[in-house]
Design a protein around this ligand. Structure first.
Ligand SMILES: [Zn+2]
Length: 357
């Protein structure tokens, strides 16, 4: 076998999956003011990291603004009008954490629409998976209220868009941001076709996310909360994924996997008190890629939520993108050694609905 043929054959074996990246300078235009942790510098830091990051199969995808009708898949008309009314105003505040600037509304439309462009590219078969690096984030935004740095709930809008435009029925949303995604949970609390999964520090902002919050009515058993005490890290997160989240998600059989990917559970993050490393994020990404391959034809789309240490964003995101490429790099999954009992409340709450060990 000559060298060229061997290289070509090897190339087929290790060919990276095609991954779309949504990122744009315009995501810096939402300015919550000096000293706010959800700063435009986050996008600049990610742009700088991606400029250094190379692997085959990466595709840059331009965002588009979401339409009002698309926002209305999740949000009340009064809420959409409330956010729209901030356009052009130098400063407005929905609450103490959630100020806006003149271009916040436009930027929020681009954030929601950027994620829609990503799931559309995946449904069209142009790429297998992708990551939308947008701001403002979304998972705290309620159907009728902005809060917690979030104006519109990007991930919830994408889930509804997949169902209504593409006929996807069962959507899995995995939210590994360190905060509980109260807005996403509320949007789907009574919905049997969207499984919302959240790992988060608890008790912590926004106060919701107890293990006993499992959904209601037809949605009972379709909310899976994994609350962790402060100080948890890779062992607890990986154990939660391998022992509880992946087994339940496999029983749910998602047709599309959405990830609310915050990086504020990282050990370097200034707002929270978890100790997840880059390798922990790599492991979680690897498990979700596998899950998507087994149940959803590989369809997987992540969106940036929180994550306030710029260096942590620059090191954890490439680890996740390696896994989205399906190229074996970095450490294999270790056997996690979680704190005893840390998953007991979640297991007990989910046992009525799923086969849980
Ligand atoms: Zn967060």
């Amino acid at each position: 076998m000559d060298v060229a043929f061997f290289s070509a054959a090897l190339g087929v074996i290790v060919a990276a999956m095609r991954t779309a990246l949504v990122i744009d300078d315009r995501f810096q235009a939402h300015d919550p003011g000096p000293g706010h942790p959800e700063s435009p510098a986050r996008i600049r830091a990610i742009l700088d990291a991606l400029a250094q990051y190379q692997r085959s199969g990466l595709v840059r995808l331009d965002p588009r603004p979401a339409t009002v009708d698309e926002l209305a898949l999740v949000h009340a008309p009064s809420h959409i009008a409330h956010v729209a009314a901030t356009a052009g105003r130098p400063r407005y505040a929905f609450d103490a954490d959630t100020p806006t600037s003149a271009r916040s509304f436009d930027t929020a439309l681009l954030a929601a629409g950027g994620y829609l462009a990503l799931v559309e590219a995946i449904m069209a078969g142009e790429v297998e998976n992708g990551f939308a690096f947008v701001r403002p984030p979304g998972h705290h935004a309620e159907p009728d209220r902005a809060m917690g740095f979030c104006l519109f709930n990007n991930v919830a809008i994408a889930a509804r868009h997949l169902q209504q435009r593409f006929g996807i029925r069962r959507v899995l949303i995995v939210d590994w941001d360190v905060h509980h995604g109260n807005g996403t949970q509320d949007a789907f609390f009574a919905d049997p076709d969207v499984l919302y999964v959240s790992t988060h520090q608890y008790p912590f902002y926004p106060g919701t996310g107890a293990a006993t919050e499992v959904g209601a009515g037809a949605g009972a058993g379709r909310t899976l909360n994994v609350p962790f005490p402060a100080g948890c890290g890779d062992d607890e997160y990986i154990a939660a994924f391998t022992d509880v989240i992946v087994p339940i998600a496999a029983q749910f059989r998602p047709e599309f996997v959405l990830v609310s990917a915050g990086f504020d559970a990282h050990r370097r993050d200034p707002l929270a008190a978890m100790t997840v490393t880059d390798e922990g994020f790599r492991a979680m990404a690897r498990l979700l890629v596998r899950l998507a391959e087994q149940h959803a034809d590989g369809r997987l789309a992540a969106i940036l939520e929180g994550g306030y240490d710029l260096r942590a964003l620059q090191t954890a995101i490439p680890a996740v993108l390696d896994e989205f490429g399906g190229v074996p790099t970095g450490a294999a999954l270790a056997s996690p050694q979680p704190r005893p009992g840390v998953l007991d409340a979640t297991r007990a709450a989910q046992r009525p609905f799923w086969d849980v060990h």
